[in-house]
Design a protein around this ligand. Structure first.
Ligand code: CP
Length: 289
C-alpha cells in the first residue's frame, strides 16, 4: 500500500516510471486488478479538475467511487480529519483521495491504514498536478534535462509551483519565477518577464489566488493583466518550440487572455486530459507493495 503526499518522497526513477505508465494508459492499456475496489473522494476544498479526473480515472479502472460531501457530514459537528478518515477505513473503503486546506494535513493521519492520495494540501503540495504537468512536458519534448521553465505570478500561494520546482530541479530542468515581487518567495531564481517569454521552453502561468491572500491585495486586476497577462503580443515573443501551461482554473483577463487559453502554443487542454491518466497510475501504484 502506498500513500502519495508529496513528490519529494518519490525517487526520480519512480517519477519517470509513473509518467511512462500514464502514457501507456493514455494509449489504451487495460488494467483490471482494481475492479470493485471502493474509493472515497474527500475534497474539503473546491475542485473541478482534480476531483472529477480522479472520478474518471476510478471509473476507467472499474472502481466503486463515492464523493464525500463535507457540508452534510459530521465535520459540521466538529469531527476531526483523522476521525473522518478512520471512519472511512472502518466502513470498508479501500483507498481515499483527500484535498484539504491545511498544509501537511496528512501528518494527522498516521493511524489510517488505507492508502491516501493527496489532491492538494493548502499551499503545500499538489503531487498529481505536478505529475500531469511532467507528463505533458515529456510528451512535448521527450526529455526533461536542460529544459527552461518560468513560473509566472502568484508563486507564494501556489502549491503547483512549489511541487513543480522541487521535482523539476531534481530532473535537471532550469526553473525560474517571474511576476510581481510581492508574490516571489525565493523558491527559484527570479527572471524578468519579457526575458522569460523570449528564452523559456515552458511558460507556466499561475492563477492569482485571491482566496488565499491573507492581506487586502492592492494589486489592480487590469494592472496585473497589463504587466503580466499572457496576451497575443506576448505569445508572439515566445520561441517557436515553446509552450504555455497553466494548472487551471485560470482567471481570463487577469493572468491569461482568451486568445492564449487555446492558442497553438497552449497545452492547457492537454494538461487537463493527462490528469486522468496520471491519476489512473497513482491509483494502481497505491495497491502495489
Ligand atoms: N488544477 C487543479 O487542481 O484544479 P482544481 O482545483 O479544479 O482541481
Amino acid at each position: 500500500m502506498k500513500n502519495l503526499f508529496k513528490l519529494s518522497d518519490i525517487s526520480i526513477d519512480e517519477i519517470e516510471a509513473i509518467i511512462k505508465e500514464s502514457i501507456r494508459f493514455k494509449a489504451g492499456m487495460k488494467y483490471d486488478k482494481l475492479e470493485g475496489k471502493r474509493v472515497i473522494n474527500a475534497f474539503f476544498e473546491p475542485s473541478t479538475r482534480t476531483q472529477y479526473s480522479f472520478i474518471s480515472a476510478e471509473q476507467n479502472l472499474g472502481m466503486i467511487a463515492t464523493n464525500f460531501n463535507v457540508e452534510t457530514s459530521s465535520v459540521k459537528k466538529g469531527e476531526s480529519l483523522y476521525d473522518t478518515m478512520k471512519t472511512f477505513e472502518m466502513i470498508g473503503y479501500d483507498v481515499a483521495i483527500v484535498r484539504h486546506p491545511t498544509i501537511k494535513y496528512y501528518e494527522e493521519l498516521d493511524g489510517v491504514k488505507i492508502p491516501i492520495l493527496s489532491g492538494g494540501d493548502g499551499s503545500g503540495s499538489h503531487p498529481t498536478q505536478s505529475l500531469l504537468d511532467l507528463m505533458t512536458i515529456y510528451e512535448e519534448f521527450g526529455h526533461f534535462k536542460g529544459l527552461k521553465i518560468a513560473f509566472i505570478g502568484d508563486i507564494r500561494h501556489s502549491r503547483v509551483a512549489h511541487t513543480n520546482i522541487e521535482i523539476m530541479d531534481r530532473l535537471g530542468m532550469e526553473t525560474y519565477t517571474s511576476g510581481p515581487k510581492g508574490f516571489d518567495d525565493g523558491s527559484a531564481p527570479f527572471i524578468n518577464f519579457e526575458k522569460a517569454l523570449r528564452e523559456m521552453d515552458i511558460i507556466m502561468l499561475l492563477r492569482v489566488q485571491f482566496e488565499r491572500h491573507e492581506y487586502d491585495m492592492t494589486l489592480d486586476r487590469n494592472q496585473y493583466f497589463n504587466e503580466y497577462g499572457m496576451t497575443k503580443e506576448r505569445v508572439a515573443l515566445m520561441k517557436n518550440s515553446a509552450i504555455i501551461m497553466h494548472p487551471a482554473p485560470y482567471n481570463r483577463g487577469i493572468e491569461i487572455s482568451d486568445y492564449a487559453v487555446e492558442c497553438s502554443k497552449s497545452r492547457i487542454m492537454k494538461q487537463m486530459q493527462n490528469g486522468v491518466f496520471v491519476r489512473m497510475t497513482v491509483l494502481k501504484r497505491a495497491f502495489e507493495s
